[in-house]
Design a protein around this ligand. Structure first.
Ligand SMILES: CC(C)(COP(=O)(O)OP(=O)(O)OC[C@H]1O[C@@H](n2cnc3c(N)ncnc32)[C@H](O)[C@@H]1OP(=O)(O)O)[C@@H](O)C(=O)NCCC(=O)NCCS
Length: 201
């Protein structure tokens, strides 16, 4: 398994996986090309024997406090062997490098496999978007991850002392809010439903 940064040259391979994984609401090639070319995006692919078997994307505007997991997909035959988690981890590591505080994503309410992956990395449900996924008419669950907490847990697992972990400044972060204070959902500007009706992720 080899994971590397994606480029626009990966568009055809990514689109083949996109159409197979999201038959009713795949992004268009033009939208995917824009994602791959955006300076605010960062996409990774995973290859096996020269074939692309997965891709994932992060949107993290330089200097912004929040980032979004845009999409993550592993080809059906390659699922269940750690590749999805490896791609998600690569995106979260890039978000740490970009000094992001919180990572958001939307996941279909009828996708328990992806939900389990996100929950296991520490994402928590912070809201719902009714009927977000069209034409399937399925709700989106909005999830949020405190990235410093995630990085701290990873460092602990790897045996790195906490003092060596200088994460993003948390002074204005979710962690500084009063208990019970509502966490604002990402604005619809940062996570617009796409023209095809498919939401992000
Ligand atoms: C979601 C997806 C990316 C996961 O990738 P994957 O390579 O199969 O996942 P991994 O092998 O890395 O497993 C990661 C975790 O996902 C969950 N998971 C994976 N397969 C599962 C299954 N069949 N049932 C329940 N949970 C499962 C588990 O929590 C697993 O962790 P564990 O192995 O420690 O129990 C993949 O299933 C996929 O591409 N699905 C279709 C596209 C999609 O739904 N994308 C998400 C959009 S938000």
């Amino acid at each position: 398994m080899a994971t590397r940064t994606a480029t626009v040259a990966d568009l055809d391979g990514i689109m083949a996986l996109e159409r197979a994984s999201f038959p009713t609401d795949a992004w268009s090639p033009a939208m995917m090309r824009e994602e791959l070319a955006s300076p605010h995006g960062w996409y990774v692919v995973v290859e096996e024997a020269g074939r692309l078997v997965g891709y994932a994307g992060l949107r993290a505007v330089r200097g912004a406090r929040d980032a979004d997991i845009q999409t993550i997909t592993i080809s059906e035959a390659a699922r269940g062997r750690g590749r999805g988690r490896a791609l998600l981890t690569a995106l979260l590591e890039e978000a740490v490098r970009r000094e992001v505080h919180d990572v958001f994503l939307e996941v279909r309410a009828d996708n328990p496999v992806a939900q389990k992956l996100y929950l296991s990395e520490g994402f928590a449900e912070v809201g719902r978007r009714p009927r977000y996924y069209q034409p399937d008419d399925v709700d989106a669950i909005v999830m949020q991850l405190d990235l410093r907490g995630w990085a701290g847990r990873r460092a602990e697992t790897a045996g790195i002392p906490a003092s060596g972990l200088e994460g993003p400044d948390r002074s204005h972060g979710i962690g500084s809010e009063a208990p019970g204070e509502a966490i604002p959902l990402p604005s619809s500007e940062s996570t617009p439903p796409t023209a095809s009706g498919k939401g992000w992720c």
